[in-house]
Design a protein around this ligand. Structure first.
Ligand SMILES: [Zn+2]
Ligand SMILES: [Zn+2]
Length: 130
C-alpha cells in the first residue's frame, strides 16, 4: 500500500513539475493526471495537503475566485521573495538581491519580514502592470 502511495505522489510531483509556471486547481490536476493508475480526487486532495505541509507546494486563492490553486516551489525558494500576478496567477520569483534589499528596508522600519509566508500581490507586465 505504501509503495502505491509513493507512486501516486511521484506522478503528482512530475505533473506539477511540468506545470511549474502555472498554479492549478485540484480539478485541473485530477484531469491532467487522468490515466490507469491516476489517483482519484480525494487522494489528490490528501497528497496535496501533505505537500503543502512539507513546504514543497504552495497553496493560494486564484484571483478573486474562491478556488484554491497549487504550485510547486523551487529548492531555492526560501532564499527569495515571491510576487504573484492577481490577473493571471503567475508566480514570480524575485532575485535574492532584490529580496534582501526589501527585507532590509522593512527592517529599518522595525519590521522583520517573513519571506516564507509573504507573497507580494500585483499585476505582471503581460497583464498591464508596469
Ligand atoms: Zn521562488
Ligand atoms: Zn499576469
Amino acid at each position: 500500500m505504501k509503495g502505491y502511495q509513493t507512486e501516486q505522489k511521484r506522478m503528482l510531483l512530475t505533473f506539477l513539475e511540468q506545470h511549474r509556471a502555472h498554479p492549478l486547481t485540484i480539478e485541473e490536476i485530477v484531469c491532467g493526471l487522468a490515466g490507469e493508475h491516476a489517483p482519484g480526487k480525494s487522494t489528490v486532495y490528501r497528497l496535496m495537503n501533505q505537500l503543502v505541509e512539507d513546504g514543497v507546494v504552495r497553496r493560494f486563492v486564484r484571483g478573486n475566485s474562491r478556488h484554491f490553486v497549487y504550485q510547486l516551489m523551487q529548492e531555492t525558494c526560501h532564499k527569495h521573495l515571491h510576487c504573484r500576478c492577481v490577473a493571471c496567477g503567475t508566480l514570480y520569483h524575485l532575485d535574492e538581491e532584490t529580496s534582501r534589499s526589501m527585507g532590509q528596508l522593512l527592517q529599518q522600519s522595525g519590521f522583520a519580514l517573513d519571506g516564507q509566508q509573504t507573497t507580494l500581490l500585483g499585476t505582471c507586465r503581460g497583464c498591464g502592470g508596469r
